[in-house]
Each structure stands twice: as structure tokens, then as C-alpha cells.
Design a protein around this ligand. Structure first.
Ligand code: BTX
Length: 323
């Protein structure tokens, strides 16, 4: 009942709702309403109580609970269903378990991950209440070969959302988001294929929002939004990212226009025009990044003048942080 009371307050944020209305709607006594309101206040919600007027929700803490996120989202499919955890091993692993029976757009989100995953078995540092750790279940009608575009769309939604919040974030091909050349966000796309069609995609997004302490091995390459001087609310970031994601995703599904996505990737690229190293099998080759093509692949020119298209792999930016 506390959750239902909170839901009513959220739906009417900024307006007074009488205790009588809540008690009738939920079929509970006025004193039960009062008890729930007190418990909600104790969780950090700012609620004004005025005799004869009732209760008004003024502000909420930076928690990621499903109802709060839903109350702020403008989306039609993404986040209609949100599964929230205080702690979990990996939101991607959980999302994969429930993907088949879940509807498209279902989100799994957690305040922390004990076994956050990066690509190729790597780890993702996911400390409690410092970041956004979420996975989106998608069932797009596209060919498995076109799945990498979903990662690009996810990267674009994060940079576009951050730029709207005045954070100068860029995409480092293929799937890192950087602020001041340090990694603030990573994306892990996993998919299940049946014959030649996509059964589901689990799109994992990890964003460091308030993390200040990273472990020794990543402290030179990782950063958080707060560490770079931007004090933002996780809730504002997540809702904006999901709104941006739905717009870009549905546009792509409807038009299948890869060029538009590639153009945006170029606009927000941290690499175009930069001197880089292309890293392949422990070998680092000097090159210049010259373009991103329609398929979203990186076009580089090596020092011998040869031009190559990189479909996957790792690069680092020379000179700057060399990350
Ligand atoms: P990646 O393989 O590109 O990046 C992983 C590498 O990045 C690690 O090897 C480490 O060097 C560095 N790293 C680890 N943690 C962090 C961090 N918090 N910030 C910056 N750098 C870090 C990137 O893989 C994909 C990450 C996806 C994370 C999301 S969170 C929700 C979902 N669930 C899950 O288990 N993973 C995804």
C-alpha cells in the first residue's frame, strides 16, 4: 500500500491530494494513509502536509524505483515495464533469463551489480547508488547482421542526453562514451538468434554518475559525471537517455536509415580527425581516424597511406590520455 500511496503522490506531483481521496482510492483508513506518508517521508521524499488540503509531493530522492522512473518517462514502449533491484549480479544476465517471456522495452535496473559485465568477459565496476546499471530487452525486426546499429543507437542516446544536460560527452568507437577523454559509460549488447532472425537483444548500459573511487587498475581511464564537475541527478539522466533511445530506435526500425545514425555518430565522435592506435592482437599500429561509414564502421588511414575499414576492435587516442 505504501507503493500505491507513493504512486498517487507521484502522479500528482506539485499538487495537493487529500488524505480522504487516498484512503478512498486505496480502501484504507486515514490513519493508514498517514502512516504510509510518514514512511515515504522517512525515505527522503519532500512532502508538504497542510490541514484540510492534504499532501503535496515536492521532490524525491535520487532513487531509481520503477514508479518514479515511469512517472517521468515520455516513452511509449521503452520502460513500460521496469524491474528494479537493490542489488543483483548483472542486469544483463537477469534480462536474458526473462527476455523470451517479456515484452519489448522491458527494463531491468539495479542500484548496484556484484558481477557487472563488460565485453569479452571483462568486468564493469558498478558501485552502489553511484551509477546507472540497466538492461533493455528489445525484439527488433531486423537482420542479426544489423544488430550493431542498436549499440550505436544506445551510444547516441547517452551522448545526446548528456549533451542536453550540458555535459560535453563524446562517443569513442565502437561503444564507449567519454568525458574529457575518460570512459564514463559502457554498452554491452547481447543477442539471441533463431535461424536468421533476432529472438531478442539485451542492451546493457552502465553510466558512472557519482562514482568517485575507482579501483587502481581503471582509475586512469575511468571517470564519472560528478568527477568531471557535473552534479546531476541519476533520475534525470536515465529518463532523458530512455526518451532519446526510444526516438532513435523507433525511427531506425521504421526507416532502416543507417546513414542518419552514421551521421550522428560522426557528429559526436571523439575520434574523427584524431591520431590513434589501432589495437589488434597485442599489436598497436599508428593511424589517423578519417571517417565512420554508413555501416557504422571506422575508416582509418595507416602511416603507409593505406586506408582500412575497421568492423570491430579497439583503438586508443594518441597523445591525450592514450586511452
Ligand atoms: P568494455 O569491455 O568496453 O569495458 C570494460 C573495461 O572497462 C574493463 O576491462 C575496465 O578496464 C574498464 N571498466 C570497468 N568498469 C568501468 C567503469 N565503471 N567505468 C569505466 N571503465 C570501466 C563495457 O565493456 C560494457 C559495460 C556494460 C555495463 C552494463 S551495466 C548494465 C549491464 N549489466 C552488465 O552486467 N553489464 C551492462
Amino acid at each position: 500500500m505504501k507503493e500505491k500511496t507513493l504512486k498517487i503522490l507521484l502522479e500528482n506531483k506539485g499538487e495537493f491530494i487529500s488524505g480522504e481521496y487516498i484512503s478512498e482510492k486505496l480502501n484504507i483508513s486515514r490513519s493508514a494513509v498517514w502512516k504510509h506518508i510518514k514512511a515515504i517521508k522517512d525515505e527522503g521524499y519532500a512532502i508538504e502536509s497542510v490541514t484540510k488540503k492534504g499532501y503535496k509531493l515536492i521532490d524525491y530522492p535520487d532513487v531509481m524505483e520503477s514508479e518514479i522512473i515511469k512517472s517521468k518517462l515520455k516513452t511509449n514502449i521503452i520502460g513500460k515495464e521496469i524491474i528494479y533491484f537493490e542489488t543483483i549480479d548483472s542486469t544483463n544476465d537477469y534480462a536474458k533469463k526473462i527476455a523470451k517471456k517479456s515484452s519489448e522495452g522491458t527494463i531491468v535496473i539495479s542500484e548496484e551489480q556484484t558481477k557487472g559485465k563488460g565485453r569479452m568477459g571483462r568486468f564493469w565496476h558498478s558501485s552502489k547508488k553511484d551509477g546507472i546499471y540497466m538492461s533493455i530487452i528489445l525484439k527488433p525486426d531486423i537482420l542479426p547482421n544489423d544488430a550493431p546499429i542498436i549499440t550505436q543507437i544506445a551510444g547516441l542516446s547517452v551522448v545526446k542526453a548528456l549533451n542536453k544536460l550540458n555535459v560535453d560527452a563524446k562517443i569513442k568507437w565502437p561503444n564507449d562514451i567519454l568525458i574529457n577523454n575518460k570512459k564514463v559509460c559502457g554498452i554491452l549488447t547481447e543477442m539471441s538468434i533463431e535461424i536468421d532472425r533476432i529472438d531478442y537483444i539485451v542492451l546493457g548500459i552502465g553510466i558512472n554518475v557519482k562514482t568517485l573511487d575507482f579501483s587502481e587498475d581503471i582509475k586512469n581511464i575511468a571517470t564519472s559525471i560528478l568527477k568531471e564537475g557535473y552534479n546531476l541527478n541519476r533520475l534525470d539522466i536515465i529518463t532523458l537517455v530512455l526518451d532519446e533511445f526510444e526516438n532513435l530506435y523507433l525511427d531506425y526500425i521504421n526507416t532502416k536509415n543507417k546513414q542518419i545514425i552514421a551521421n550522428m555518430c560522426k557528429e559526436y565522435s571523439a575520434l574523427i580527425g584524431k591520431d590513434i592506435y589501432v589495437i589488434q592482437f597485442n599489436d598497436r599500429k599508428r593511424a589517423k581516424c578519417i571517417d565512420i561509414n554508413k555501416e557504422g564502421n571506422l575508416i582509418v588511414q595507416y602511416e603507409d597511406g593505406s586506408i582500412k575499414e575497421l568492423i570491430s576492435g579497439e583503438v586508443s587516442i594518441r597523445g591525450e590520455s592514450e586511452y
